[in-house]
Design a protein. Structure first.
Length: 337
């Protein structure tokens, strides 16, 4: 212990009104940054692996990196989560590997691109819940498609989550958390203009409406990297060529958290931190060739970001608030649900 279910982490976050960052992990240095940052600020951890991460690092390696986190930090509650599972089979693989949480992203078909219709999303998500809950494992679903609203990058407002569908979806699937589409998108190229409260790039009204209709629902914001401008500047200063681009501001995430967002997905910001660090190091130290030098520095840069997110989303200081529940305890929780 404590490998915990994501459900417990989010239930506890809801009780006190804070959000918990979800960080994607692909390698050892990332996992170390996520954990040592969490230990320093005393935050619970949601560590996620995408299908791409499982393929890149190899399932066995990644699972053991995650296991090492649990062994090294036995007091910090950690949920191991599958990000964007696109089929029942991939969710089953993650469950077999010992993940305590899976996302069945039924908003899209198996190709990960084509939107799936509402009924078929309910059906496939429900199948995963039927497998996961009897084992005490959490399930996140998704309604609506990610993509910018009016910058021409994404899918337009019509693909965003329809608040009118949420109650039915949650009741029929029994998901523990729901990813909502409000105009964010994955990666560094989210917005061509800087979001501000008077520019309507994010549909915060959708989050508020869902919270009004389903006050107990744990909402998840994907595509929530903030794309720090100092990292973009550093990458470009040392040979990169990233065009002008903006991410989701921390104030917008904090607004979402006030209205029921409990998990905030961040991947790109850690990638930017690594790239900015390595580009600078290579340029300034052309005689160096020991990867531990620049990977160690990139781990420090990632740790700085994760600590800021734990603090700004409000999960810092809450790691030891509650008694971690085992997956066996969670089985009983679902039996009585
Ligand atoms: O959902 C997107 C995450 O950033 C994971 O990205 O599929 O490249 O690992 P990935
Ligand atoms: P970013 O690309 O904004 O970091 O989003 C990550 C994400 O949503 C992972 O599921
Ligand atoms: Zn995502």
């Amino acid at each position: 212990m404590p490998l915990v279910s994501m459900r417990q982490i989010l239930d506890e976050a809801a009780k006190k009104g804070y959000g918990v960052p979800h960080f994607n992990v692909n390698n050892m240095e990332q996992s170390q940054a996520i954990m040592s940052g969490a230990e320093e600020v005393e935050s619970p951890v949601i560590m996620a692996a995408s299908k791409g991460a499982l393929e890149y690092s190899d399932i066995i390696f990644l699972r053991n990196i995650m296991n090492a986190c649990i062994e090294k930090y036995p007091k910090i509650p950690i949920a191991l989560h599958l990000d964007h599972g696109t089929s029942v089979e991939i969710c089953q693989t993650a469950i077999d590997l010992g993940f305590s949480s899976v996302m069945m992203d039924g908003s899209l078909q198996k190709d990960g691109k084509t939107p799936r219709d509402f009924d078929s999303n309910i059906e496939i998500t429900r199948k995963v819940v039927n497998i996961a809950h009897p084992l005490g494992i959490t399930v996140e679903g998704e309604l609506g498609c990610l993509g910018g609203i009016e910058d021409g990058i994404g899918s337009g407002r019509e693909k965003l989550t329809d608040p009118g569908q949420v109650k039915e979806f949650v009741e029929k699937t029994k998901v523990d958390a729901l990813a909502v589409a409000i105009g964010t998108s994955h990666g560094a190229y989210k917005f061509k203009i800087k979001p501000s409260p008077d520019k309507n790039l994010l549909a915060m009204d959708i989050i508020r409406k869902i919270h009004e209709l389903c006050p107990d629902l744990h909402m998840v914001m994907h595509g929530s990297s903030s794309v720090p401008q100092e990292l973009i500047a550093q990458i470009n200063k040392y040979g990169g060529a990233i065009p002008e681009t903006y991410g989701v501001p921390l104030w917008a995430i904090q607004e979402g958290i006030k209205a029921g967002v409990r998990k905030v997905n961040v991947d790109t910001d850690l990638r930017l931190a690594v790239t900015a660090t390595i580009r600078k190091f290579m340029k300034e130290n052309p005689e160096q060739f020991d990867p531990r030098k620049y990977l160690g520095l990139s781990r420090d840069a990632m740790k700085k970001i994760v600590m800021e997110r734990y603090t700004k989303f409000g999960s810092a200081g809450h790691a030891f608030d509650y008694e971690p529940m085992s997956l066996n305890d969670m089985k009983k929780f679902y039996e009585n649900d």
